[in-house]
Design a protein around this ligand. Structure first.
Ligand code: ACO
Length: 515
């Protein structure tokens, strides 16, 4: 009875938040670029000020990761993200092409629902709030039950800063009583226009099944290939920095290393000198028994943990200063548990003869995290291009997966929701950014005069099914294509120069904003 009452109240709360969020989305859609920028600046500042305390809160509540690294993720999702998106055009006229005579006009999508994972419970709130506001939308969050407090606090930080800078009430909110009932209610309610789902596969699938547009992410299983021309020291340094960052909770982090016979000794020695511990077969088995449950599903108890915690639980001795546990693997799939995603400080390790074998192995490893991310360390551009054909949406070169995939160390958009393409079950293959949260309307002027087409013999025969004509449908289509708009016809469209065209579009934008 108590549970039933909780569920009912949580569903009611979700409905109320959706209603307020929808009203806020209508209000913010009328804001100018300057108003939006002032709100974003305020949010970025507040995010920076709370980065550390929220990082500490998230690490404590979930038991995942490293507080300082979570603080850095909060900094990336506020200050770094703001610097990257501030100049982006996301409202009003986006572009104008005087040759095709088309004009793209942005329209906010409305109210967004953000599903937040337990692995990045505060940075994801910063990230999604910032991109939602940048594109003129409102957002309502559904927190992961094991990270509800810190997600709620992160939402409050963003909301208070947004409202202080002039955003409408209800612009950023979060359910305070998480339940499957409230999450389902938000996913299905009419007020929500789109869902951005970051989290476990079950939740992402539920979002895609809600009957409305959704942007979801797939699981990762990123291999890092250290090719024979690579600078091994640098490659190992970036892999270690990535794998130890927040104890490996970022879904683009490396899950296995592939080296070649020719650089095997150097890679092993460099890994050892930088804190990698190579486990024996028995030690690897003991660790794998902890990392997975029901087959290859990650055991949340060992996600985002230090090697010391994992080793102690597995009953194995590791040298002082160990940063990552490494287990050699001979294959992929059944019987090779380290060939699956781990999201913790454990790596699989493979040695291959040459790059062709590395290609095949990368593809097999990526089947367990298809469409996500892989990395290659090499000085050979040709190999990079060959690996660009792998089934991964991000092919990172000479950089770590965590920092590279999220855009911290690469030119990719800074993001904590990484698309995996259709092969990974995602509707996007890019890093999610403000441009995914707008509808783009296209104003298109006529270029060809089709007004006389009914007089045309071909058309007449086409319409009347006259088989006596020698004209084929292809002839008809090509005769149609040849017709060009006369200057007079262009004038009739009410706009014969670019200035008039721009003025007309401005009118459309103002009309959309109700001004
Ligand atoms: C850029 C990036 O790094 S994004 C990273 C995103 N990637 C991930 O989060 C990796 C995928 N995540 C996972 O696989 C898992 O979340 C783990 C392994 C990290 C943690 O696993 P767990 O906490 O055991 O399971 P999981 O996250 O699936 O959910 C636990 C329960 O909470 C429920 N839950 C999760 N989110 C919500 C939500 N928003 N509302 C209500 N319930 C929820 C789940 O349905 C599940 O319920 P159940 O136990 O009744 O089935």
């Amino acid at each position: 009875m108590e549970n039933f009452d909780y569920d009912l109240r949580s569903i009611q709360e979700a409905r109320d938040l959706a209603r307020c969020g929808e009203a806020a989305s209508k209000a913010i859609a009328k804001y100018t670029d300057e108003q939006i920028d002032a709100i974003l600046r305020s949010m970025a500042k507040a995010g920076e000020e709370h980065a550390l305390c929220l990082g500490e809160m998230a690490a404590e509540e979930t038991g995942f990761g490293v507080a300082m690294d979570k603080a850095y993720k909060n900094h990336a999702a506020s200050t770094l993200l703001y610097d990257q998106i501030k100049g982006m055009k996301t409202t009003g006229i986006l572009s104008e092409d005087t040759v095709t005579r088309t004009i793209e006009v942005a329209e906010p999508v409305g109210l967004i629902m953000g599903i937040v994972p337990s692995t990045n419970p505060t940075s994801t709130v910063f990230f999604k709030s910032m991109i939602a506001i940048k594109s003129g939308n409102a957002i309502v969050f559904s927190p992961h039950p094991s990270a509800a407090k810190c997600t709620l606090k992160a939402t409050e930080v963003m909301r208070n800063a947004a409202i202080a800078a002039g955003a409408p009430e209800g612009i950023i909110s979060c359910v305070t009583m998480p339940s499957m009932g409230s999450t389902n209610e938000l996913m299905k309610c009419k007020e929500v226009s789109i869902i951005i789902a970051t989290g476990g596969p079950g939740m992402v699938k539920a979002a895609y099944s809600a009957g409305k547009p959704a942007i979801g992410v797939g699981a990762g299983n990123s291999p890092a290939y250290i090719e024979k021309t690579a600078d091994v020291k640098h490659a190992v340094r970036t892999i270690m920095a990535s794998k130890t960052f927040d104890y490996g909770t970022i879904c683009a982090s490396e899950q296995s290393i592939i080296c070649e016979e020719s650089n095997h000794a150097e890679v092993v020695s460099e890994l050892k000198s930088q804190g990698g511990y190579f486990m024996t077969k028995e030690e690897t088995d003991k660790v794998c028994n902890l990392l997975f449950k029901n087959g290859h599903n990650m055991n949340a108890k060992f996600v985002g943990r230090s090697p010391q915690v994992i080793a102690a639980a597995a009953g194995i001795q590791i040298p002082e200063g160990t940063r990552v546990l490494i287990g050699k693997q001979e294959g992929v799939g059944e019987g090779y548990p380290l060939s699956y995603e781990k999201l913790t400080t454990v790596l699989g390790f493979y040695t291959v003869k040459d790059w062709e074998e590395a290609c095949g192995l990368s593809i097999r490893l990526l089947q367990n995290g298809i469409g996500h991310t892989m990395s290659i360390h090499t000085q050979d551009r040709d190999k990079v291009i060959k690996f660009a054909a792998k089934p991964a949406s991000r092919i990172l070169v000479n950089t770590g997966g965590s920092q590279g995939g999220t855009g911290i160390s690469t030119g990719l958009p800074i993001a904590f929701t990484l698309g995996c393409g259709t092969c990974g079950g995602s509707s996007v293959s890019e890093n999610v950014s403000p441009k995914h949260l707008i509808n783009i309307k296209t104003v298109a002027y006529g270029l060809k005069d089709c007004s006389t087409i009914v007089e045309d013999d071909n058309t007449f025969m086409w319409k009347n099914g006259n088989t006596k004509t020698s004209s084929s449908p292809a002839d008809f289509v090509s005769s149609f294509d040849k017709k060009e708009t006369t200057p007079a016809a262009s004038c009739q469209s009410g706009c014969d120069d670019n200035e008039k065209l721009a003025a007309l579009v401005k009118e459309i934008v103002l009309a959309m904003k109700g001004q």
